[in-house]
Design a protein around this ligand. Structure first.
Ligand SMILES: Nc1ncnc2c1ncn2[C@@H]1O[C@H](COP(=O)(O)OS(=O)(=O)O)[C@@H](OP(=O)(O)O)[C@H]1O
Ligand SMILES: Nc1ncnc2c1ncn2[C@@H]1O[C@H](COP(=O)(O)OP(=O)(O)O)[C@@H](O)[C@H]1O
Length: 263
């Protein structure tokens, strides 16, 4: 696997970096297309004025060739206890075993650092999701398979993240696990505390969860035959989805993008 990666790296570097003249002359114009705004334009952004886009010299496509995969955000959403973190971890492990480069952003972890100034009011959840969306976008545009695990309860916040991304870069994965199941699992005792009134604004209890309307993937507790699905089963279905659509460097299969895949 390492030998293959080294060979791919060599080929990619030979193809895209060695002809330095070509890089210097033609490629700079070409690469403007892979950045987020027209070169040279000056913008006012929020409180900041005189902001310019700075174009990089290594386009996304080169990074994806180096990694042998396509950058994407796989956005897990669902109630607390629905299995977002478990399935995302399981999938990340399986992707690593196939030599795929991933990053996993998890609600609890991110709230220890980047988002430690945020709570669970509607405004704070919105800002939580906005920041994660922006971070995810940066990773995806660098060719990384980005797994995010956040309740992200509000539809408009998830749709805002989607709207910031190129088509095909944002895959919404709805963990459609009934609240009764999540509440029974309750690994952190949060539902119990919320029922007892010790935690306010708890999603599913006294704060809403708005189901996705057209997610790319839906994961159910049971499979079509009515058998309970393990986290490994769920991760395997998502892996197949990524593979069939060419995110893992495999040829794209004939699959309809209009239908949500179910696991
Ligand atoms: N009020 C309230 N509502 C929901 N969840 C709560 C709350 N307070 C704390 N927690 C814990 O925080 C985790 C959810 O964080 P997220 O960043 O994913 O939430 S959100 O997307 O901003 O809604 C969530 O983690 P998961 O159980 O992994 O989903 C909980 O452990
Ligand atoms: N497919 C599954 N089948 C049974 N239990 C699961 C499954 N996925 C996760 N769990 C369990 O459910 C609990 C909540 O999972 P977790 O991944 O922490 O959910 P979330 O990140 O959505 O809060 C954990 O105890 C975990 O072991």
């Amino acid at each position: 696997m390492l030998a293959n990666a080294a060979r791919r790296l060599g080929q990619t570097l030979t193809r895209s970096l060695l002809p330095m003249e070509a890089l210097a002359v033609g490629a700079l114009q070409q690469q403007a297309a892979v950045t987020s705004g027209p070169a040279g334009a000056v913008y006012n952004v929020g409180k900041a004025t005189n902001i310019k886009f700075h174009d990089g010299m290594v386009p996304r496509e080169t990074k994806e060739q180096l990694l042998g995969q396509k950058g994407v955000v796989l956005w897990f959403t669902g109630l607390s206890g629905s299995g977002k973190s478990t399935v995302a971890c399981t999938l990340e492990h399986a992707l690593a075993a196939r030599g795929k480069m991933t990053v996993l952003l998890d609600g609890d972890n991110v709230r220890h650092g980047l988002n430690k100034n945020l709570g669970f009011s509607a405004e704070d959840r919105e800002e939580n999701i906005r920041r994660i969306g922006e971070v995810s976008k940066l990773f995806a545009e660098s060719g990384v398979i980005t797994l995010t695990s956040f309740i992200s309860p509000y539809r408009k916040d998830r749709e805002s993240v989607r709207a910031r991304m190129a088509p095909g870069d944002f895959l919404e994965c709805y963990m459609r696990i009934p609240i009764e199941v999540c509440e029974q699992r309750d690994p952190k005792g949060l539902y119990k505390a919320a029922r007892a009134g010790k935690i306010k604004n708890f999603t599913g209890i006294d704060d809403p969860y708005e189901e996705p309307l057209s997610p790319e993937l839906v994961v159910d507790a049971k499979d079509e035959a009515g058998n309970m699905q393990s986290a490994e089963d769920m991760a395997a279905t998502i892996m197949q989805y990524l593979e069939a659509r060419g995110y893992l460097g495999a040829p794209a299969a004939e699959a309809s993008d209009s239908e949500a895949a179910t696991a």
